[in-house]
Design a protein around this ligand. Structure first.
Ligand code: APR
Ligand code: PHB
Length: 389
């Protein structure tokens, strides 16, 4: 089999790239390790930057997002019970849209199915061949048979644990990593959110986040030790711990409910350089990971896909490789700024086990400065709504 672009991974990055390529007549095939239901069952982030929303509309999957997405003009940060609203709209003229990654993935999967574009789900033992030459290929086992797809380019959209970055010779790639000494225990429940906007709370007991998926579905997180298991947390224990970390008026507005999902996500910052190896391009979590404190993971996958799609479109439509040659540097420039923002928000809001009394005073001073400085608030706001592509 031959196609123009093989996409490895059917998460948001792979599906969005596939949809953009298909709409521009560029043949592509997606090869995904898991089944569709498994991909959809993963509960992930839920805040979209305006650039991501625009890209989803460009991909032809903005309908439900426009109908069901919740436009937010701000969010709140709380520190030791003191709450302060970050006025995104007032400070940047922009807003963010709350719409779950599961919904984004669902919309993209349906669009791909409607377009009749080829996807191989439950593909095993995916291997990349000759991507540093002129005729790359991807082989995999599908329905018990070994398959091989020849292509012009491979898009590695297979996430942090995928095969694509792992296929790059160690000497050709450099990685940068910060592993945090804690994780986030997340809970999903069909109860109205505690607040109409997101609340990121830092307390002496640790970090907590109040988010949502709709006016009737809440998403909550509490910081837990890195190796914590979700099974150690009953719903009752979760809500008690959540409430004691929130400002009083927010805690009082939390409506506990049965958990639809409960899981622990480890926090890490990770960047691979470069993001291109011959005819292999890494996009999304395959190339970088951010702690969810800045809601950047899905949005960085979107900006990577924007840059990569533009490069591929130019290659086929204008016979120019300028966009592909610039991809890695352009994507990394935006990635590192988002990694910085996510790292800074994580440091500001979390209780680090080994923090000294000095560290604690610095964190409090950081918050006190932030809430009294329009310049500091504007800086947080412009990073949160998303820096320009
Ligand atoms: N072969 C084929 N597919 C693979 C392989 C492999 N060897 N390894 C992983 N995959 C698939 C995974 O099953 C997953 O469906 O690649 C997909 C990668 O999707 P994501 O991990 O969601 O990454 P990405 O599409 O870049 O989206 C980033 O997802 O994890 C969140 O927080 C992250 O919001 C961010 C977003
Ligand atoms: C979520 O709703 O899952 C969410 C929102 C904002 C974040 C992280 C997660 O920063």
């Amino acid at each position: 089999m031959h196609t123009q672009v093989v996409i490895v991974g059917a998460g948001p990055a792979g599906l969005l790239l596939g949809q953009l390529l298909t709409r521009h007549g560029i043949d592509n095939v997606i090869i995904e390790r898991r089944g569709p239901d498994h991909v959809l069952a993963r509960i992930r982030a839920g805040v979209l930057e305006q650039g991501t929303v625009a890209l989803l509309h460009e991909a032809g999957v903005g309908q439900r997002l426009a109908e069901e997405g919740l436009a937010h003009d701000g969010f709140s940060i709380a520190f030791e019970g003191r709450q302060h609203r970050v006025d995104l709209k007032g400070l940047t003229g922009k807003q963010v849209t709350v719409y779950g990654q599961t919904e984004v993935t669902q919309d993209l999967m349906e669009a791909r199915r409607a377009a009749g574009t080829t996807s191989f789900y439950e593909a095993e033992d995916v291997q990349l061949h000759d991507f540093d030459g002129a005729s790359p290929r991807v082989s995999f086992t599908y329905e018990g048979k070994r398959r091989r797809v020849a292509c012009d380019f491979i898009a590695g959209c297979d996430g942090f644990h995928g095969a694509c970055r792992a296929s790059v010779p160690a000497g050709a790639i450099e990685t940068f990593e910060r592993v945090y000494p804690f994780g986030w225990l997340g809970l999903l429940t069909d109860r109205p959110p505690a607040s109409h906007e997101l609340v990121y709370a830092s307390s002496a007991f640790g970090f907590a986040l109040c988010s949502m998926r709709s006016p009737t579905r809440s998403r909550y997180y509490v910081q837990v030790p890195r190796d914590e298991s979700a099974e150690a947390w009953s719903d009752e224990r979760f809500f008690a711990e959540l409430r004691r970390r929130l400002p009083d008026e927010v805690a009082a507005a939390v409506t506990p409910g049965p958990s639809l999902e409960k899981s622990v996500a480890p926090l890490r910052s990770f960047v691979a350089e470069p993001l291109r190896f011959g005819r292999l391009f890494l996009a999304g979590d395959a190339g970088h990971i951010v702690p969810p404190t800045g809601a950047k993971g899905l949005n960085l996958a979107a900006s990577d896909v924007h840059y990569l799609f533009e490069g591929l479109r130019e290659h086929y439509a204008e016979r120019s490789d300028a966009g592909l040659d610039a991809y890695s540097a352009r994507a990394l420039a935006r990635v590192w700024k988002a990694v910085r923002f996510s790292w800074s928000m994580t440091n500001l809001l979390h209780l680090f086990p080994e923090a000294s009394p000095f560290d604690q005073r610095i964190r409090r001073a950081e918050f006190d400065y932030l809430v009294q400085s329009q310049a500091a608030l504007a800086s947080v706001a412009e990073n949160y709504v998303g820096l320009p592509y």
